[in-house]
Design a protein. Sequence first.
Length: 273
Amino acid sequence: MASLAALVFARPSSASAEAQVKFASAAPRLGQGEGTQAPDGAKIQQGALIRGYLSKPSGMGPFPAVVLLHSCLGLPKAKRSIAEMFAGWGYVALFVDDFTTRGLRETCATDFGEGLSDAFGALEYLSGLPYVDPQRIAAVGYSQGGDAALKIASSRFASTFSVPRGLNFKAAVAYYPPCANQADVGLAMPTLILIGGSDDVTPAADCERLASNQPDARPDFKLAVYPGARHLFDDPELAAGRRLLGMWLQYDAGAAERSKAEMRDFLAAKLTR
């Protein structure tokens, strides 16, 4: 069944033009109030208005969907091609822009807790679109966005936000996340972690420790480590490598292609009907 699903989802599908949308960041549940602290100490904002970029496959659906969560550097230059890749695989893709409406440029020196509430706001927004299947939505996060994806996968936060009861993400994919932040957490939904073996920003060893804390019987957790790959290994803008804000960032074409294949097959298996 999973291999058949992979073939179906891998089949190219033409995509509609990217549309800019706005949606509310998820607010705390009634009785928690503005400024509530989430279980990890992050501040929960009261329904900030967030910008996003929406792409969809051609057709009526209902389609599975992905919420895309960017790094601490903001939206990647390749955001449109990333979203079109997902649409070509048969997914509605919503790239969340955490920064523009907040007037931010980067958040690399801070814990950006608002990313989690934005992710759940995006989940609720997508679930209300007539061409999206609300039971087949995954979170895909990059670096700081990967941290939010792992928090989502822990399922510790879903009840914190004022989204319809029973609505939650179905799976999570985390590119080079800071696994140390979730080192002792048991992940409660299908989760894929993709990380470079030479990443000195978010070390693979931390993700290996996280993996060792997952029950041996869990078939829904997968860690892929790419030897020699560095942080942001999937960003072609970094072909020559670059030091930015103390981080060494470098593209690795082999790791990038392997990670896309891993993610495509994982999502096809986990978001089947």
